[in-house]
Design a protein around this ligand. Structure first.
Ligand SMILES: [Zn+2]
Length: 335
């Protein structure tokens, strides 16, 4: 019965959501879509990632074809410029964004973007591009996939998180990994990296870790395709909340723009808050440094009322968008 109601809601949202109808007298709207990773199901990186972070290349290709039917797919900075100058905007526009700068975006998203001729914005973690940096959720997933819970439990940070998640027989299960990662978010990034170092995580991996982020040359190749703009996603992906000293907030916000400007032949004018977190200091610094910023707040941007530095987005991942019907329901903002 529950399943049936859910299917009805999905169908109704797909057919009658605001992505289908401009609405008489309604303000122009912008759907900012948030992607992270584009990976095939048989790739080892797929098995080591939280389900909420991935769509497959086939699904991404389906999305672009569908989006072109429903929206004016635009470059985000172009839409913002039109709005700022008071020019007329499409009733329903859509902008594609990628967070972090994953190598798989270069491998799998770029060819599809070029094929479908759709603009996109990529938010780079500036000091980590071209390094062997791994985000802590991927290290935690790799440890769980290596059956290393015993070694992890020797540190109080991991011991607590593992206790709080119902135990399973297969610790490489992706839903289990995602639950452990969610639980760990009660700790700061610095505490989690310190815990990883303390247990000497490298010693416990059963396989070589696949590469995370793309190189500067790969990013420049994406830019030179003519379809990609780049924005800042900070220097080190630190969450910009009260746990972070003001000097560090300023470094993450201001210096990341300077570094991107040195590396790339384009103006850098949009920022993306890691994990969607920001305090008053961070918001003020971002307002003073960039013309706009995106958050992880779910919603559709209203051209008249949504502040430029707190743009909401709609996150897309495989489970909620692998068919045209599911995608439509997600775009309605109702599911
Ligand atoms: Zn991020």
């Amino acid at each position: 019965m529950k399943q049936l109601i859910k299917q009805c809601v999905i169908s109704a949202a797909n057919q009658f959501g605001p992505h289908r109808f401009a609405g008489f007298g309604r303000d122009p709207q912008l759907w900012v879509l948030m992607y992270h990773r584009i990976l095939p199901k048989d790739d080892i990186r797929y098995s080591l990632e939280e389900p909420g972070m991935i769509v497959t290349p086939e699904t991404f290709s389906l999305h672009l074809r569908q989006l072109k039917l429903h929206f004016d797919v635009m470059d985000l900075s172009e839409w913002l410029q039109l709005r700022a100058s008071g020019k007329s905007l499409p009733r329903r526009a859509c902008a594609i964004t990628f967070d972090d700068g994953w190598y798989d975006n270069y491998e799998f998203a770029l060819p599809i973007i070029q094929q479908e001729q759709v603009p996109a914005t990529l938010f780079a973690v500036v000091e980590k591009m071209g390094t062997d940096f791994q985000f802590w959720p991927n290290l935690v997933s790799a440890l769980l996939a290596s059956n290393a819970t015993k070694a992890m439990a020797e540190h109080p940070v991991f011991a607590l998180a593992l206790q709080q998640v119902p135990s399973v027989t297969d610790t490489s299960d992706r839903e289990y990994m995602a639950a452990v990662i969610r639980t760990l978010k009660q700790f700061s990034d610095a505490d989690i990296f310190a815990a990883l170092d303390a247990i000497e995580w490298q010693q416990h991996l059963a396989f070589a870790l696949p590469r995370g982020l793309m190189s500067w040359d790969e990013l420049r190749t994406m830019v030179n395709s003519g379809w990609l703009k780049v924005g800042s996603h900070t220097c080190n992906h630190k969450r910009l909340n009260n746990a972070l000293p003001t000097a560090d907030i300023m470094h993450e916000v201001v210096d990341s723009k300077a570094l991107l400007t040195q590396q790339l032949p384009q103006a850098i004018d949009i920022f993306c808050f890691p994990n969607g977190d920001y305090n008053a200091t961070a918001l003020e610094a971002v307002r003073n440094t960039y013309t706009a910023a995106v958050t992880t707040q779910r919603g559709i941007v209203n051209a008249r009322t949504t502040p430029a530095h707190q743009l909401c987005r709609i996150g897309l991942h495989e489970n909620v968008s692998h068919s045209a019907r599911l995608l439509g329901a997600r775009l309605s903002g109702w599911t």
